[in-house]
Write a protein that binds this ligand. Sequence first.
Ligand SMILES: *[C@@H]1O[C@H](CO)[C@@H](O)[C@H](O)[C@H]1NC(C)=O
Ligand SMILES: *[C@@H]1O[C@H](CO)[C@@H](O)[C@H](O)[C@H]1NC(C)=O
Ligand SMILES: *[C@@H]1O[C@H](CO)[C@@H](O)[C@H](O)[C@H]1NC(C)=O
Ligand SMILES: *[C@@H]1O[C@H](CO)[C@@H](O)[C@H](O)[C@H]1NC(C)=O
Ligand SMILES: *[C@@H]1O[C@H](CO)[C@@H](O)[C@H](O)[C@H]1NC(C)=O
Ligand SMILES: *[C@@H]1O[C@H](CO)[C@@H](O)[C@H](O)[C@H]1NC(C)=O
Ligand SMILES: *[C@@H]1O[C@H](CO)[C@@H](O)[C@H](O)[C@H]1NC(C)=O
Ligand SMILES: *[C@@H]1O[C@H](CO)[C@@H](O)[C@H](O)[C@H]1NC(C)=O
Ligand SMILES: *[C@@H]1O[C@H](CO)[C@@H](O)[C@H](O)[C@H]1NC(C)=O
Length: 423
Amino acid sequence: MNSKSSTRFALFLLVCLACLSGRALADDACTVCVCGADSVTNCQSTVTTIPTAIPSTTVLLDLSNTQINEIGVDAWAGLTALKTLNLTFTQLTSIPDNSFSDLSALENLYLSHCPISQLSTNSFAGLSELRVLRLINTTFETIPDNVYSPCPKLKALWLDYCKVKVFNDNCFTGLGELTFLSCYNSSVANISENAYSSLTNLEYLNLNYTKIQHVWPKWFTNTKKIQILYLSWTNITSIPADAFTGLTGLYQLYLYSAYNLTTLPPGLFYGLTNLTLVKLEPNYFTGYAAPPSTYGPPASPLPCNYTCKTCYGGSATACCGTDCLYCDTNNPCLTVPPSYSYYASSVEKPSTYIPPAESSVYVPPAESSVYVPPAESSVYVPPPPIDSPYVPYGNGASETAADSTTALMTFASVVVTAWALLV
Ligand SMILES: *[C@@H]1O[C@H](CO)[C@@H](O)[C@H](O)[C@H]1NC(C)=O
Ligand SMILES: *[C@@H]1O[C@H](CO)[C@@H](O)[C@H](O)[C@H]1NC(C)=O
Ligand SMILES: *[C@@H]1O[C@H](CO)[C@@H](O)[C@H](O)[C@H]1NC(C)=O
Ligand SMILES: *[C@@H]1O[C@H](CO)[C@@H](O)[C@H](O)[C@H]1NC(C)=O
Ligand SMILES: *[C@@H]1O[C@H](CO)[C@@H](O)[C@H](O)[C@H]1NC(C)=O
Ligand SMILES: *[C@@H]1O[C@H](CO)[C@@H](O)[C@H](O)[C@H]1NC(C)=O
Ligand SMILES: *[C@@H]1O[C@H](CO)[C@@H](O)[C@H](O)[C@H]1NC(C)=O
Ligand SMILES: *[C@@H]1O[C@H](CO)[C@@H](O)[C@H](O)[C@H]1NC(C)=O
Ligand SMILES: *[C@@H]1O[C@H](CO)[C@@H](O)[C@H](O)[C@H]1NC(C)=O
């Protein structure tokens, strides 16, 4: 054999080896995924391990919709330019300590819809630039103390549909920059009084469809910048009168279909100067007058103006006297609601009319008192419901399983192109 033919033979052997060890080839990022100028995307859905040889210049690494089930040691070595890592719809079951600690520039980490059953204390260690963390529809049931502390720049945290049952005092420690926290339809049932105490910049909090039964007076002590608060479809039993005190930025409050909430305390909306939208309907308020701090019929009450702790008649700005539950035109202070007949001219007959008890000190208004309905202009007209909410960091619901045929077709086109080049 001359040297030329031996080189050919060596090459032939190499090719055969490569063909046999197909798996080794398949692990190379630019073989199993599509490498762009600074991105690696569209990986084959059959990929089971994090690909090797990911270009160090990669800024976007999308490994979503693959079978990757663990993060190996040094899996991300050298990826110091990486800003977005998408692991949505993979098979990851845990996030061991320091799993991402090589990713010093990472800003967006997507881990939604993975069967992650456990977080460790140092799961997110080293992610000092992280801004957005999505953990929607994961399965871990506890959040280790201080787990998010290594990410002081985090702006948005998504925990919708997650299975965590308790938010304790140190769940969200260190998240002073967090503005967005969404826990929609999660299993959380118990949120400690101080759980939100670090969240001094929080603007949006969604607890719709959670299992919570209490709103603690201290929850919002430090979250003075909150603007949008969702507490609908919960089993909250009561709300402390001072729960929202000082939340002067609050402008949308969703508080409806709280199954066990039968009244509202006086002063609930007092001083909330920015409050524009309050959703209280449908509800389970009982009695024949709207709860204190609201006015109108119980089935569709409207909030008193921020200038009144309690108000009466048809007007948000007709304040009752100090420390009154109810009042009317003649009585600046009543401890029980005015009689149904008083309201008869302005509101529909409530379906559940409960006559006042014999013992109640209620004195019916004198014959001469004539109810004067408020002028057209003074009626508070709530703005249209804003139910497609403020979602600054993308929409969790839109995160669906990508069509894997797209990935396969892309792969096929790469193979065809490579073949054409070779031939
Ligand atoms: C949660 O993730 C699983 C896959 O792990 C998926 O089948 C399911 O539809 C997801 N549920 C929601 C509410 O997104
Ligand atoms: C809440 O999530 C459960 C699954 O965890 C689902 O069955 C249910 O339909 C969801 N409800 C809403 C209102 O999203
Ligand atoms: C909820 O928290 C309260 C007070 O910290 C505690 O007494 C109660 O046992 C907790 N409930 C659950 C279900 O963890
Ligand atoms: C609230 O309680 C009712 C009745 O007990 C129950 O059917 C419902 O599922 C509960 N809602 C939540 C969000 O836990
Ligand atoms: C009041 O609400 C508006 C949105 O309508 C918001 O832009 C503004 O920052 C809020 N004001 C305060 C003091 O937070
Ligand atoms: C909520 O109301 C239901 C029905 O009245 C009752 O069975 C349940 O115990 C209440 N839950 C709480 C937490 O009070
Ligand atoms: C509350 O009252 C103030 C002062 O009278 C008024 O400027 C403001 O428009 C009222 N707000 C609402 C929502 O009615
Ligand atoms: C809160 O829950 C209600 C009731 O399902 C829903 O209409 C509203 O869109 C929810 N808001 C968010 C932001 O999930
Ligand atoms: C991450 O992956 C999910 C599922 O494939 C996709 O819906 C989402 O758009 C991706 N996000 C980014 C920023 O790549």
